[in-house]
Design a protein around this ligand. Structure first.
Ligand code: GLY
Length: 365
């Protein structure tokens, strides 16, 4: 199968994202050519390290690196100052210098932890992202956002730190639970609604959750998702404008996620947010009812929910505390048609109206 290579070019750096099946063995050579250095520290978690750290270590050693590994307990609770400090101390103990590299091996939490540790250590060393979950491949490993959570909110402390390379091997999906894979499909559908009617139709024909879906289909879809994200990040690395469109589905989605105390998966909540905003947009005449219905149908095809039973006051309370809030309003992203969205600055009163129109209304249709 051909390997897909997508080049990201931001004002701060240019790097390649490699997508394929069975390409973990290339991590060493890709790190060597994109990041250089002598020492490599693999940062991974307690779930992923036992599966893939040996293979990555062998590949890095073959490329001439001396390799160290540091792991932390899997889970969102590890996105903390405490875990970050442990990783930084491990990197320092291993003696990495400014020329050496971090290899972040795992899902979204690991990408954040490895990326942020690399951004901070010696005021910044290179990082190669090796995402192993669908969500990390199509979203968090690309674009340089890294962060930890604090009690006041998720992702409130972080840095933009672009990787030197991304290596996404879709064969890693073999070790992901079907529930986690399905959850990530919410972000894939979001990208299709945002920018690509052809990808949307492709997902309608062959949902990513189709049993026995070929690896080359998965790799094509992951590569297309990275291209969509690349196009946004190239134009707006630091989220001054266009990058906000990646928050499609997130205003209501984040609120549902926070209200569930993060028990519901992120992609699942994005799917709920996307469908709810599409229903509200259709009611306002901002998109057609057919567009809203197609979005909900595709979400359902992937086994994800399209609505929430939360009361509207709770949704509004969490949505208005979101960190994406700007001044007295919230920048919301509204689907106009499949492949086209608009940014809209809504007052909190207007947001309340959209929540009334879009949430808890699926059953009544
Ligand atoms: N996940 C949204 C972004 O990277 O901007």
């Amino acid at each position: 199968m051909a390997e897909h290579i997508i080049t990201v070019t931001t004002p701060s750096s240019t790097y390649e994202c490699h997508v394929g099946a069975g390409i973990l063995s290339e991590v060493g050579a890709i790190a060597r050519s994109s990041a250089g250095g002598s020492l490599a520290c693999i940062v991974s978690d307690s779930n992923v390290a036992p599966l893939y750290a040996d293979a990555i270590q062998a590949s890095l050693e073959e490329a001439g690196y001396q390799v160290f590994t540091t792991t932390f307990p899997a889970g969102e609770a590890s996105k903390s100052f405490q875990t970050l400090a442990g990783i930084l101390e491990a990197i320092a103990t291993f003696g990495l210098t400014r020329d050496d590299i971090v290899v972040a091996l795992g899902g979204g939490v690991t990408g954040d932890m490895g990326g942020l540790a690399a951004a901070l250590y010696l005021r910044g060393i290179r990082v190669v992202q090796v995402p192993t979950s669908l969500l990390a491949m199509v979203d968090s490993s690309v674009g340089g956002k890294t962060a930890i959570d604090i009690p006041q909110g998720k992702n409130l402390v972080g840095a933009f730190w672009q990787p030197s390379a991304v290596v996404a091997d879709v064969r890693c999906f073999q070790t992901i639970s079907p529930a986690l894979f399905r959850d990530s499909c919410g972000e894939v559908i979001k990208h299709a609604v945002l920018a690509d009617p052809a990808l949307f139709s492709r997902l309608e024909q062959t949902p990513l959750t189709t049993p026995g879906i070929p690896e080359d289909e998965l790799a094509c879809v992951v590569a297309r998702n990275i291209e969509i994200k690349r196009d946004v990040v190239d134009a707006d690395e630091k989220e001054q404008g266009l990058r906000q469109t990646l928050n499609l589905g997130h205003t209501i989605g984040h609120a549902v996620e926070a209200a569930s105390n993060f028990q519901l998966g992120h992609g699942t909540c994005v799917a709920i947010g996307l469908c709810s905003m599409a229903r509200a947009a259709a009611a306002k005449g901002w998109c057609t009812q057919e567009t809203a219905d197609r979005i909900s149908s595709l979400v359902r095809l992937h086994g994800l929910p399209t609505d929430t039973t939360l009361d509207h006051g709770t949704i509004l309370r969490f949505a208005s505390h979101d960190k994406k809030r700007h001044g007295t309003g919230v920048n919301i992203v509204v689907p106009a048609e499949i492949g086209e969205v608009r940014l809209h600055k809504a007052s909190l009163a207007e947001l309340a109206g959209l929540i009334d129109l879009g949430c808890g209304t699926e059953a009544s249709r």
